[in-house]
Design a protein around this ligand. Structure first.
Ligand code: SF4
Length: 446
């Protein structure tokens, strides 16, 4: 049976795409190889969100090419995802080490590409994708894509050029996938997309994200599952959406709204909307109307034309809002975007200084927000077992921690299987991490 080694770079959306390709290949008789040296072919799913991500994707591919070329026999490498989507035509000349390039919108044809690269007669037997469960998840949390592409064209972002125009995924497909995932042992679904808040806006029916959350809530209810939604936009927080999050018990009171900035003039230059007052109203409403609200955001500093006053406004806003989690990025001019053509670029050293200042402050705020949970009793999904200072410890996450992006709960003593949901007392914290102790529950399970 020919085998494929998968290497995924970038965000959770890429993880979902790799998972879909893996499912298609498994359905067509390919098996997985954990290491490149054990595989017949290596599939690298790349990221090109920032110039640094593109560089990492290309370097990883070249390192793999070098490793496999020095092995017993050469392994073909297939490059998929955002780098081929962004630089398609130039790549075959630039990267002769790569056997084939697959753009994001060509990934459903991966079986034919792999078969042709290997020179074997193994064509895709899949014609009706709706009949397949196109997931291979074995953990307790699963990312579910509800849309792809983006129509916003923020001046710093290359995603709309890479992923194309916004396209909502059909509700039936999403609900079927959530159903299958929950039936297969998943306990938390995390809805993702480049712009989740406008889900349904490109459909004929008057569906919206609020409706979808209520439907997904119904599907996960019999399993006592959790629903989390990431990547909302401030202006998308409608009354209906806030009510759906508040009144659907399965939907976690955890919201990720990347504001990027709060100065009206910087946001306008970024081709985004809003200002500090509007954002303040949104976050105040969320905190007032949804008990226990936990908020994550993203800030981008150093965009062309950002003055000291703009930066100070952003800093003051982040300090005032005390977000639970903040990711801070330094602006980089991405080829093909409007921002890259602006003449008022900020000096690199100023950008780095501003970025570091924001990281220093938001980290302290985030650590303090994490520490506030000490003393709570929570449900924890066990994600893995790692070697800690005192031997093996259970690593999990609770409702206010999105997997792969926030901190974790560390449980030094006790036994539980990966994927199990346990009850824990949170007894201490360090940075974004929490120390938990298992609690004996009424049914005798830890
Ligand atoms: S909303 Fe803006 S930052 Fe997000 S993917 Fe779309 S264009 Fe990029």
């Amino acid at each position: 049976m020919p085998s494929v080694c998968y290497v995924t770079l970038g965000c959770a959306k890429n993880e979902v795409d790799t998972d879909r390709m893996r499912a298609l290949l498994r359905n067509s008789g390919y098996c997985d190889a954990a290491m490149a040296e054990d595989a017949d072919v290596v599939l690298v799913n790349t990221c090109s969100f920032l110039a640094s991500a593109t560089t990492e994707s290309i370097e990883t591919t070249l390192e793999l090419a070098e490793e496999t070329a020095s092995g017993v026999r050469q392994k073909p490498i297939i490059m998929c995802g955002c780098v081929p989507s962004r630089y398609g035509d130039a790549l075959p000349n630039e990267l002769p080490e790569v056997a084939a390039f697959v753009r994001t919108d060509e990934e459903d044809g991966i079986v034919d590409v792999v078969s042709s690269v290997l020179g074997i007669e193994k064509r895709s037997s899949v014609t009706d994708f709706s009949e397949l469960t196109l997931r291979t998840i074995d953990g307790a949390s699963a990312f579910v894509k509800i849309s792809d592409g983006c129509d916003r064209f923020c001046a710093f972002c290359a995603i709309p050029y890479i992923r194309g125009r916004y396209a909502s995924r059909a509700a039936e497909e999403i609900l079927d996938e959530v159903h299958a995932l929950m039936g297969g042992g998943v306990r938390e679904v995390i809805l993702i997309g480049q712009d989740t808040g406008v889900w349904g806006s490109d459909m004929k029916d008057s569906y919206n994200l609020a409706w979808l959350l209520r439907q997904v809530g119904k599907v996960v209810r019999p399993y006592q599952g959790w629903v989390r939604v990431l990547y909302l936009q401030p202006e998308g927080m409608t009354d209906d959406l806030i009510a759906a999050i508040r009144d659907t018990p399965e939907v976690l009171p955890y919201i990720d709204i990347p504001i990027q900035h709060c100065s009206g003039s910087v946001l306008k230059a970024m081709n985004r909307t809003g200002n500090a007052d509007e954002f303040r109203n949104v976050f105040n409403r969320l905190r007032n109307e949804i008990p226990g609200m936990v908020l994550r955001t993203t800030a981008l500093t150093g965009f062309p034309g950002e003055t000291e006053d703009d930066f100070d406004e952003l800093m003051d806003f982040l300090v005032e809002q005390e977000f639970d989690y903040t990711s801070v990025f330094s602006y980089s001019p991405e080829e093909g975007t409007r921002g890259a053509k602006m003449s008022n670029q900020i000096d690199e050293s100023v950008k780095l200084e501003r970025t570091q200042a924001l990281i220093d402050v938001t980290e302290q705020l985030g650590f303090a927000a994490t520490a506030k949970h000490v003393g709570e009793r929570v449900q924890v999904i066990i994600d893995g077992i790692e070697e800690g200072d005192n031997g093996p410890e259970l690593i999990g996450h609770t409702w206010f921690q999105a997997p792969d992006c926030d901190g974790a709960v560390h449980i030094a003593y006790g036994e539980a299987a990966v994927g199990e949901v346990v009850t824990c007392d949170l007894v201490d914290s360090f940075c974004y991490e929490l120390i938990g102790e298992l609690v004996d529950t009424a049914d005798g399970k830890a």
